[in-house]
Each structure stands twice: as C-alpha cells, then as structure tokens.
Design a protein around this ligand. Structure first.
Ligand SMILES: O=C(O)c1ccccc1NCC(=O)[C@H](O)[C@H](O)COP(=O)(O)O
Length: 257
C-alpha cells in the first residue's frame, strides 16, 4: 500500500502548485503535548476516510470536527490532507488553522522539499515524516528544512528496524510509533510496547493508530507514551467531545469557553 501511495505522491509533486502563504499564529506541537493537562497528550485527527476502512464519516465537516476536538480538550489536531486515499484536502487544514488555537499537524506522505514549502504555506504548525518513505539521510534533510521554516515534525516508524535506522542517523524531538501494519492494515499496540524501550529519553514518544478505548490509552501510557494520535474512534463517536470524554473519562479536560 505504501508504495502505491508514494507513486501517487511523486505524480502529485510534479504538478504541485504552492498555495499562497498567509501569516497565521504558530503553536508548538512539542510544547502542547509536553504541557498537556492529562497524563497523556492527545493529537485528535480529522479523518474522513482511509484505505483500510473506506468512508469513516459520511457527513464530514472538518472545521466542526476540529472545533469539537478543541472544545473537548485535545492538545493538538492532525489533519489528513491526502485527497486520493484519505479524501482529505489541504484547504481543510488551512481553514481549520484559522478557526482554532491549537497546533495543527499535516498528516500526509511528505517526501520532497516542495511539499514542506506547501505545508508551511498552508499554515500548518507541524507535519508528519515517515521513516522508509525516503532514504534516512533525505528524511533528515526534510526534517532540518522543516524546522528551518518553523515547522515541527512527528517522525513516524512502523517497525523496530526502522526505529533503529532512524536513531542511527538522528533522534527527532517527537517520535511516533504507528501501530498499523501497512501490509495487512491490522493494528496492534504490541508495536508500541515492543519499541518503547528504544525511544531515547530526550524524544517525546507518541503512539499512533488503533487506539479505541481508555484501556488502550492506559496500555501505551504504561510503557511511556507521552501522547496518542487518535483518528477513527473519535470520528465515529457521537460527537468529538463525547469521543474524547469516552477515551479519557475523568481525565478529560474540556477547554474553557
Ligand atoms: O488509516 C489507514 O488505513 C492508513 C492506511 C495506510 C497508511 C496510513 C494509514 N493511516 C494513517 C494514520 O496513521 C492514522 O490515520 C492515524 O494514526 C490515526 O489512526 P486511527 O486512530 O487508527 O484512525
């Protein structure tokens, strides 16, 4: 699946026209997760569809979802901007960014400097980089370029070998362990548990994908995850606020209005 997505991305990059840069207030993902009011920070994802689940949310209103996440006490928002596989759009991110005061991360498959420029021009605060999508030195160059533009990166791994390769090159500020196997689409929190001890002390550790219950949050928290990235279970909830409450229960901190 990843290879198919990357073929599409390479085609898109050839046609890519950058949006105009509009100045917006910036918020730090790292600080938001580190200073969370809960024992585990929450990146709540705006996700209409996915390759594994098809359409997740029929009546999709990205801005309303993001506002609901903010009200429900999320620490940061992730927005899928890929059109082909996730039915996302870069305009969703730009619009959300103008409406909420939380860090907004672009979740896409970023493999070229031009996409980093695009991400900055969209108004994002942070972006995803996935180990294995480009050679590790290129990934480091994209990471450095992003930070030079004021964009933070969540650097994601799907396997132990990828984490070892990443750390042999550099230790990112924020490391995400994705619990999804990209070949079978199955998620297993064992991924987080098995890689936890390898995450350096200086990096913020985020567990991503397949988190559906408060027990799941406890499980990843117990092995040291400082944050979680949750999409599907929140998108399927009766409302974003109720979804966050169901995941965090008593720890849920709704934003003051
Ligand atoms: O979600 C998918 O099906 C998927 C398939 C192929 C590559 C990436 C994919 N998802 C991206 C993500 O990492 C998730 O959207 C994110 O971690 C949230 O996961 P979830 O809470 O399980 O929706």
């Amino acid at each position: 699946m990843l290879e198919k997505i990357l073929v599409t991305k390479r085609e898109e990059i050839e046609q890519l026209i950058l949006p105009e840069y509009v100045e917006v207030p910036q918020f730090s993902l790292y600080k938001a997760l580190s200073n969370s009011n809960r024992s585990t920070g929450l990146i709540a994802e705006v996700k209409k569809a996915s390759p594994s689940k098809g359409i997740i949310c029929e009546n999709f209103n990205p801005v309303e979802v993001a506002k609901g996440y903010e009200k429900g006490g999320a620490d940061a928002i992730s927005v899928l901007t890929d059109v082909t596989y996730f039915k996302g759009h870069r305009d969703y991110l730009s619009t959300i960014k103008k409406e909420i005061a939380l860090p907004v991360m672009r979740k896409d498959f970023i493999i070229h400097k031009k996409q980093v420029d695009e991400t900055r021009n969209m108004g994002a605060d942070a972006m995803l980089l996935i180990v294995g999508t480009v050679p590790i030195k290129e990934l480091k160059a994209l990471y450095d370029y992003a930070y030079s533009l004021g964009l933070e990166c969540l650097v994601e791994v799907h396997a132990k070998e990828e984490l070892v390769e990443l750390l042999s090159c550099f230790a990112p500020e924020i490391i995400g362990v994705n619990n999804r196997n990209l070949k079978t689409f199955e998620t297993s929190l064992t991924q987080t548990e098995e890689m936890a001890t390898l995450i350096p002390d200086g990096s913020l550790f985020v567990s991503e994908s397949g988190i559906h219950t408060s027990a799941d949050i406890e499980r990843v928290k117990n092995v040291g995850a400082a944050g979680v990235l949750v999409g599907e279970s929140l998108m399927r909830a009766e409302s974003p606020e109720k979804g966050i409450h169901a995941l965090f229960g008593g720890e849920s901190v709704a934003a003051s209005s």
